[in-house]
Design a protein. Structure first.
Length: 607
């Protein structure tokens, strides 16, 4: 139902809009199709380049691992090539170290030549390669570890099978391979649990060819990062080095080292270059002799990020083409849009009170007729305002003047001054003080200031309250509180004094000594709130309901003239939410709240 109505409203009788719609659909479809095909053609080289980076990174890591493996193998080959070194190494692994020292001394004395020291040979190998963390010789016969560390220290550690699991652990790992450092060996030599990999080579007696021990070299796995060279900042995903048992020897993410690789299906991938396995692009190289595997796993989403810039560029170009294809035909109706905007702009002017605004449009089409009707409506509205609204406003101003006349009588304050001096001369200073306060109060009514501020209104209340404080001595007290920044705010005259007068006449209890009234001023947003609170007789519920009804529906017969006059003036001049609100509890209290508009410190204007 909605689509036919929308079509009927916007397209059925508008041929130009139909052409624009059809042309836009064709242009959008053609542009999107062409952009998608271009993206497919251009993204493949980007993906292939990233796969090449992954492959070269894997090759770099594999070359590093192979070099370390070959270095250890070469180390043992150098031993076997030197008959004297091979003989000394065999003697070292089959006899106590003290006997080995004696053996070398004897040969030196008998043969008068310096023999090759096996300990110094391996110490030199450790010094030649800074990547080595530990170099160990294990003696199967003596069940001892000869440990060389990076500080060129040489220690002998006993690993008797009765007290250590090292012999059993090394017996099970006699094959030449690249593995994670054996945990029992690490604990025995007190090696920190940092990323490392070990290369093990069996040591055989050159004469009998029987196994007499093992050579273990522990390498710092963190140096694998350096082997990546310039590729370490460009490769994606994760690169790991795995042992033959799928133990993680190196992990570029730093999360899997020392654990079993959790994705065996990646290791078992048939191809070694760019195979997709469970949403991952796999590149791997396996070293058959060392038994280690270098594997790169890149999520397809991360691989797609490599051509994200290309995709975004194509999308931007596509959007620009679409916008151009759609906007260009739409320029033909820009004249109508401009004229419609003029109508809206002038409508807003009228909304903001500018009833003199007119639309200039001499054309006779639909927009021209709307403009002419709008201008005619404004003319009729101005005539109606002149006839009715202005007359009503004048009537309201007359009512306000009448109200102020009723609540602002002119008193003969000069006469009161004569009476005050007479009272003082007769020995009644308290009467004189009361008359003085009343005289000043009346003077403020007869000679009003150009602007009446909150300070002036509170002073009128204070003078009035002083009269009754003197009259009732210690039975009555009052409190006025107004923040300094609110004293200069412009308010209506006689907006608080009638409320105080109501309390004196109807609320105060002359039989009590704790009568109290307070006036507190607050600013809440754009409203000044005056709260007049007393502890007097309160108002009976029926009378309170009548007063509240009078404030909502004011009329001349209301008995609450003071409150009604304040509230009516507020509503006439400023409207809601300004005015008077009364709350009371019979026998306990009465609170009258007056809400003023924040007119600043300028004279308020009546409109």
């Amino acid at each position: 139902m909605l689509l036919p109505k929308w079509y009927k409203k916007h397209f059925k009788n508008n041929l130009f809009m139909k052409i624009i719609l059809i042309f836009s659909i064709i242009a959008v479809f053609t542009t999107i199709t062409f952009s998608y095909l271009m993206f497919l053609l251009m993204s493949q080289p980007v993906v292939q380049r990233q796969l090449d980076i992954q492959k070269r990174t894997v090759e770099s890591v594999n070359n590093y691992m192979q070099n370390k493996y070959d270095a250890v193998q070469t180390m043992m080959r150098d031993v076997y090539r030197d008959s004297e070194l091979a003989s000394n190494t065999s003697y070292l692994l089959e006899h106590p170290y003290q006997d080995y020292v004696t053996y070398r001394l004897d040969r030196y004395l008998n043969e008068s030549s310096i023999t090759t020291d096996s300990v110094q040979f391996f110490r030199n190998k450790l010094e030649d390669d800074p990547d080595i963390r530990r170099l160990l010789l294990y003696s199967s016969a003596k069940q001892q570890l000869y440990v060389f560390n990076e500080r060129q220290n040489f220690n002998i550690i006993s690993t008797n099978a009765a007290r250590s699991l090292v012999p059993d652990a090394l017996y099970l790992e006699e094959a030449s391979s690249v593995t994670a450092p054996n945990i029992w060996v690490r604990k025995t030599i007190s090696l920190a649990d940092s990323p490392m990999f070990s290369i093990r080579v069996p040591i055989n007696d050159k004469q009998s060819l029987r196994n007499i021990g093992q050579l273990l070299v522990f390498y710092d796995a963190e140096h694998i990062w350096e082997s990546m060279g310039d590729y370490k900042d460009d490769f994606k995903g994760n690169i790991v080095v795995l042992s033959a048992d799928n133990d993680v020897l190196f992990d570029s993410s730093g999360k899997l080292y020392g654990k079993k690789y959790p994705y065996p299906e990646q290791v078992e991938a048939v191809f070694s270059d760019g195979e997709e396995v469970n949403g991952m692009m796999i590149t791997k190289l396996t070293h058959s002799q060392g038994g280690f595997t270098v594997l790169s796993a890149v999520p397809e989403q991360e691989l797609a990020a490599t051509y994200r810039g290309l995709r975004n560029m194509i999308i931007i170009i596509c959007l620009i083409c679409i916008l151009f294809a759609v906007i260009t035909p739409s320029l033909f109706i820009s004249n109508f849009a401009y004229r419609a905007h003029n109508i809206i702009r002038f409508t807003r002017k009228v909304k903001n009170g500018d009833l003199a605004a007119r639309i200039t449009d001499v054309k006779e089409d639909e927009l021209g007729q709307i403009s002419k009707s709008f201008n005619d409506m404004l003319d009729e509205l101005n005539l109606y305002i002149d006839r009715v609204f202005k007359a009503e406003i004048k009537q309201k101003h007359s009512e306000i003047s009448a109200l102020e006349a009723r609540v602002n009588p002119h008193f003969l304050y000069n006469t009161l001054e004569v009476i005050r001096m007479r009272a003082i001369s007769q020995g009644a200073p308290d009467v004189g003080e009361m008359i003085y306060s009343l005289s000043v109060l009346f003077k403020s009514y007869v000679h009003p200031k150009s602007k009446h501020t909150m300070k002036d209104e509170l002073e009128a209340c204070r003078l009035y309250l002083e009269l009754f404080r003197i009259r009732y001595k210690d039975k009555f007290s009052y409190e006025l509180h107004c923040p300094k920044e609110l004293e200069g705010r412009v308010v209506l005259k006689m907006s608080l004094q009638p409320i105080v007068e109501n309390y004196i006449l109807h609320g105060m209890r002359t039989d009590r000594s704790d009568n109290h009234i307070s006036i507190q001023l607050f600013k809440e947003g754009e409203i000044l709130r005056a709260v007049v609170a007393d502890n007097g007789r309160g108002i009976p519920p029926e009378r309170l309901q009548q007063i509240q009804s009078d404030l909502l529906h004011t009329d001349s017969s209301s008995q609450s003239f003071g409150l009604r006059s304040i509230h009516e003036r507020m509503m006439l001049l400023y409207g809601a939410p300004h005015g008077v609100r009364v709350e009371s509890e019979e026998g306990a209290r009465t609170t009258v709240t007056v809400c003023f508009p924040d007119l600043g410190e300028e004279e308020p204007t009546y409109v």
